[in-house]
Design a protein around this ligand. Sequence first.
Ligand SMILES: [Ca+2]
Length: 554
Amino acid sequence: MTARFILAAGTLVSAGLLAGCASPGSADSTPSRAAARPGALQHCETLTAQFSHPGTRISAAAVQAAGPVGDVPTGAHCLVRGAMNERTGAGGTAYAIGFEMRLPQAWNGRFWYQANGGIDGSVVPAAGALGGGPVTSALAQGFAVISSDAGHDNKLTRGPGFGLDPQARLDYGYQAVGMLTPMAKALIAAAYGRGPDTSYIGGCSNGGRHALVAAARYGDAFDGVVAGAPGYRLPLAAVANIWGAQQYQRVATDPKDLGSAFTADERRLVADAVLARCDALDGLADGMVQASDACAKAFDLARDVPTCSGDRDGRCLSAAQKQAIGGIFRGATTRDGRAFYAGFPFDAGITTKDFAQWEFTAPLQRDSGAVGQIFGTPPRQLAGFDARAFVLDGDVDAMLASVRATGGAFTESAMQFMTPPDDARLAQLRQRGGRILAYHGVSDAIFSVDDTEAWWRRVQRAGGGADVARLFEVPGMNHCRGGPATDQFDAVSAIVRWVEHGEAPDRIVARARAANTDLPANWARDRSRPLCPYPQVARYTGGDPERAESFRCQ
Ligand SMILES: [Ca+2]
């Protein structure tokens, strides 16, 4: 113990000096935990019979040979499958919190809770990959990783139909994480002979929401939190996206295609106008707007994009389009003009299929069920539910009221079960010395980077500042990945270095992916850029324009 203490103290001094030069307002970078110690797997197949935990059934446990998991080469590990709290719920549907855990034979002493996206509902492989295209995964690095369906099986519930079951809503919101985390730590202790030295939770989108909810509700259980594109006000974001669909509908030339309101050519036109105003603000015209806050002041849709004098031809926007699109980017409002979610920045990534999918397709195919069945109280029955009419003709103010309502067996509103309570206070996490690394694509069309900035500012005001939470914005990146962006980075290693070695992330090097079809033709396929802790931005300082070394966070 003595030797490790001295080592930790030495790390503290050197990291503190470095932080003094480079990080914004960070007081010091004390490691909150000693580095995790490796261990070896002791039990696998026998866990089926020998592991006992309240409400838990292990259905299978078997060694998996080394090979790719989630496209990342991974060592041999024990794959454990099981379920918690099996029950019969609303409508006679079978419910359980289904999970899998992957326990490496060569364990690094750490636990990773993989928080998943969308509406959950299936047990995706427990790999713990983060960043747009995984360069690595927590599992490949030796973490014991859990993944779950968060309390319902989409095949049995017809997707959002689980919203008709009050307990399934709560499990999806936060209780699955609360039930699974102590079980997973106990299973690790049974498999390795001791529990994890350090524990982490991470995910993107709804997974980023799970991560911020865990930071607020279960801060005593985690040392590090990685929140990608955190949809931490997901019910409001879903209603806002429906509101946006109604604005697009007013200027759509084809009533069956919301995308006709803002065509690919027109989105290219606007992106080019944004780049003309904002690209060089960071010192280099390279197709990336690093100075996004400055861009919000510099770009004016009404002024900088031509207004059509005749028919729309892809080289102008009509006055009605400017009003509708400008309103959507300023942010959704109630009938009497009150903002209820964040606005969205104009950025270079609005040209992509991902942007179009979230703006024009998701309101009808995703947000309809999210608000209709999962978030609204009372929920709409699936039988006879007309998603198109609900979205395009629905009363947005009534939807807002429904996500804040309780009733009957639905004792918590969606805003209660989905959002992190008192999200900036983080009392238990702060007491434990936990850290939060958030990242968000500036061209994310469904969860706004501006909303994540607002959360980050609240955390700073609540005290502790950059020693508690850092936000890394990814210019051009769409929802969790893609877009004209360097969307591939290793957030797993960054959070471990911060928690266990006191190396607060002052920059994270991100790379483009050759497989990303959104990359402009004139970019190096392996372009790299530093991601900078907000509000710093990556400014060009000279040298190879394709390399991260030519940029400084300031
Ligand atoms: Ca630039």
